[in-house]
Design a protein around this ligand. Structure first.
Ligand code: FDP
Length: 338
């Protein structure tokens, strides 16, 4: 079969009436920016891009040089194209308006420019996550509240993994598709169409060092997985934790599995660890479109009404039956308490 480039794929989606020209161009611009981030990450120490930038982001976390570089690459690439009304980034407190000298469009772009950045210095996969929303009608200068739309309103979402290969996984709400960067040709090429995440799995991803801080239903669920063939699940489960969400989710999108960043005694005051608008919503859209499920442990992530641009939430996502069971344990425990 002849390879299908990302551009060809986008043109076909346009012809099928699934996306408009503006959204198609916006994806091309994001993809081009991610190719630049891929080049920057792959240079490692030789590019002088490793280590801390010496600043903190809006979340009070130390920024890596590559966090700052990736954020700038995405902002610069997206400023002039004419498809956007504004951008919001995990690295910036407020939304970034489109400079006056450029035309404005009616889309909003949200991104986590370099997810898993604590892994950069040890040469482990990192990634970019993005989400695209429509700018509400009549708003020419979008503020934070205009980005605070439930995940069900996303027009598109995607992530790029900078690993042994650079890959982009994308959805417009009509299935989830994967594109691999052909480094020689310089273009993303369709490598998997209509990805399906198996409903059953025997692999889970969670930071086990937080176990003692978890809520009772999470303790129960993981306890049963760890009990293996001798426990109530009568099955052995394997564990993986890369600690780059993009890499952990990509494993699930490739061979199934479940990923958890639950509420715990350490992150409870913040609402969770991962960000709803930059991480949870786009990943939930991608996973659901591949037949998986994504909840907070209690509710479907994409139905949450965001209350802040940098809001954090618990994240449970991946193979459907496991996510349903873990969510059921939490709801059951809430019911028993209430
Ligand atoms: P990071 O802080 O390195 O950016 O986005 C947060 C995140 O990484 C996720 O990519 C990753 O899944 C998680 O945090 C790792 O958390 P732990 O440090 O608790 O392992």
């Amino acid at each position: 079969m002849k390879p299908v480039s990302l551009i060809q794929f986008l043109i076909e989606e346009r012809r099928a009436g699934r996306i408009n020209a503006e959204l198609s161009l916006l994806i091309e611009v994001v993809a081009r920016a991610c190719k630049r981030i891929s080049v920057a990450t792959s240079k490692g120490a030789l590019g002088g891009v490793l280590g801390n930038a010496g600043s903190d982001n809006v979340q009070g976390e130390a920024q890596k040089k590559l966090d700052v570089i990736s954020n700038e690459i995405l902002l610069e690439a997206n400023a002039w194209g004419g498809q956007l009304a504004a951008c919001a980034s995990e690295e910036m407190e407020d939304p970034q308006p489109i400079p006056d000298m450029y035309p404005k469009g009616n889309h909003l772009l949200l991104f986590d420019p370099l997810d898993g950045s604590s892994n950069i210095d040890v040469n482990i996969s990192v990634g970019t996550i993005f989400s695209i929303l429509r700018c509400p009608d009549g708003i020419s200068e979008p503020a934070a509240e205009h980005f605070q739309q439930p995940g069900t309103r996303q027009l598109a979402a995607g992530y790029v993994v900078y690993g042994p290969a650079t890959l982009m996984v994308l959805t417009f709400g009509h299935g989830t598709h994967e594109f691999t960067l052909d480094r020689e040709v310089g273009s993303f090429t369709l490598s998997r169409r209509d990805i399906r995440i198996p409903e059953e799995t025997a692999e889970f991803a969670v930071n086990m060092s937080n176990q003692r801080h978890w809520e009772a239903p999470m303790q129960r669920y993981v306890g049963e997985l760890l009990a293996g063939t001798e426990g109530p699940r009568a099955k052995d489960f394997n564990m993986r934790w890369v600690a780059s969400m993009v890499a952990d989710v990509h494993r699930i999108v490739t061979r199934g599995g479940v990923f958890f960043y639950p509420l715990d005694a350490k992150n409870r005051a913040k609402g969770g660890k991962l960000r709803l608008l930059y991480e949870a919503n786009p990943m939930a859209f991608i996973v659901e479109q591949a037949g998986g499920a994504a909840t907070t442990g209690r509710q479907r992530i994409m139905e949450l009404q965001p209350s802040g641009l940098h809001q954090r939430v618990p994240v449970f996502l991946g193979s459907k039956h496991e996510i349903e069971l873990a969510t059921h344990y939490h709801r059951e425990a809430d019911g028993a308490q209430g």
